[in-house]
Design a protein around this ligand. Structure first.
Ligand code: SF4
Length: 440
């Protein structure tokens, strides 16, 4: 029987253009990792930066099923080096799965190692607790709750609206647990603010600015659920835009401002820009028409696929093509019951979407799908997509970028194996090394 070690070594051999670091990283992202108690954090009171649950749960079990990891949070990310594959520094977002064949545990020498099928395959580094997490807001809220940072401190992740107005089975994206994640944190008695007040966000940003002693933070993302009616009396562009306005007035140009939102009409997109946002993520989620309609019913209902794509192209006239970076969720193309069953067909479809945007100068990026257990697609596909799909996608992504003369998108930190900090997919690990690109 093929072990997981056999699987990754087979893929490393068959796809030499994809670095071995990315093969392991994709497998960890799609299938999760188990933690020995010795590798968990002391939450906000210890020396290791804990997992903030910055938007979705990104776990393979619900909180009550995580055992000790529900009480002592796992780290936000891990960094892998060395081992039999001589891994260069690889930052990986933590997705907990107690049943994973990957495990982080202390060796006999007390050093943390990543094991696969019981064999050590990498040294594990944990993110140090940033100084700014040790300071609270005046009202007692933590910086981790209001303005967590990810990507080894590069990105301040501002989920200012913790739920989505696409609600219920007929509207929620079928792989998304934002609404469930809100409920489970509330049920566990954790602080979890539904709509973050602008003042709190500003205060947390001030603390980060003051105590980011290593100068790691370079960008912020304003994000959360879709707004189909109003929040605080505001439509989507003004709701998310007001945070950027406040941040840019207080800290002009200190960080690159990004927003994840629906594909909005041009006048709303212009408002985002006027508020000071410089990168726009109108995420198209999955390329195939039938799968978009079935797996993103809210997006289909409120906007529709064709108009969504038209608006992505149109927004390039406002932001510049380089600064429109729509996300898709890599892997849901292969999710039962409606997804492709053949890896080659799924890759062909996804590549068609990449070519559509890249040939127009727009660089999509992707997040590796985590099949969270409370979502419809997580329930029917607990093991996610085949690893081969993820590896072939990386190869196709590299080739499509190269064919279209594009380089790594701005606002993601440095590209290249050993340099990348983007932690929720390996696309940055697979691009040629170059210095960080700034917003054009
Ligand atoms: S738009 Fe879809 S993916 Fe985004 S928060 Fe709403 S349900 Fe989730």
């Amino acid at each position: 029987m093929q072990t997981r070690t056999d699987l990754i070594e087979d893929l490393m051999a068959r796809f030499p253009k994809v670095p071995p670091e990315a093969v392991i990283k994709e497998d960890l992202l799609r299938g999760g990792v188990a933690f020995d108690d010795s590798a968990l954090t002391d939450n906000e009171d210890g020396e290791v930066k804990p997992k903030s649950y910055f938007i979705f749960s990104f776990d393979h079990r619900t909180l009550p099923e995580l055992g000790t990891a529900a009480l002592r949070r796992p780290p936000e990310e891990i960094v892998l080096t060395g081992g039999p594959y001589q891994l260069r520094r690889t930052v990986v977002s933590v997705r907990v799965n107690p049943q994973s064949p990957y495990r982080v545990q202390a060796d006999a020498d007390g050093m943390l190692r990543l094991t696969l099928d019981g064999r050590p395959i990498a040294d594990v580094g944990l993110p140090p607790m940033p100084e700014y997490y040790r300071h609270k807001l005046a009202n007692g809220k933590s910086v981790m709750e209001v303005a967590p940072t990810i990507q080894w401190g590069y990105l301040i992740y501002l989920t200012v609206f913790r739920v989505c107005q696409y609600f219920g089975a007929k509207e929620e994206c079928q792989y998304c647990d934002i609404n469930h994640n809100w409920r489970q944190h509330k049920a566990a008695g954790r602080p979890y603010t539904g709509v973050k007040p602008v003042d709190e966000v500003l205060e947390a940003m001030e603390i980060i600015d003051r105590y980011d002693t290593t100068g790691a933070s370079h960008a912020y993302t304003l994000t959360g659920g879709s707004v189909t009616s109003k929040v605080d009396g505001l439509g989507e562009a003004d709701f998310y835009g007001r945070y950027a306005k406040a941040i840019e007035e207080r800290f002009p140009g200190r960080w690159i401002g990004k927003v994840v939102a629906q594909a909005l009409p041009r006048e709303d997109v212009q408002r985002f820009y006027d508020y000071g946002i410089r990168i726009y993520h109108p995420n198209y989620e999955v390329w195939d028409k039938r799968l978009f309609e079935l797996y993103c019913p809210g997006k289909e209902r409120y906007v529709g696929r064709e108009l969504w794509h038209e608006r992505i192209l149109e927004s390039a006239e406002v932001f510049g093509a380089r600064n429109v970076i729509p996300n898709f969720v890599a892997g849901v193309e292969m999710a039962a019951p409606h997804g492709f069953t053949d890896v080659g067909e799924a890759i062909d479809s996804t590549t068609e979407g990449l070519e559509y945007f890249m040939s127009r100068g727009i660089t999509p990026r992707f997040t590796t799908w985590c099949p969270e257990p409370t979502t419809p697609l997580g329930k029917s596909n607990p093991n996610g997509a085949p690893l081969e799909y993820h590896i072939r996608l990386l190869e196709s992504y590299q080739a499509t970028m190269e064919r279209n003369g594009l380089t790594s998108p701005p606002g993601y930190g440095p590209p290249g194996a050993g340099n990348a900090v983007f932690s929720v997919s390996s696309f940055m690990d697979c691009l040629p090394a170059q210095s960080d690109t700034t917003v054009a």
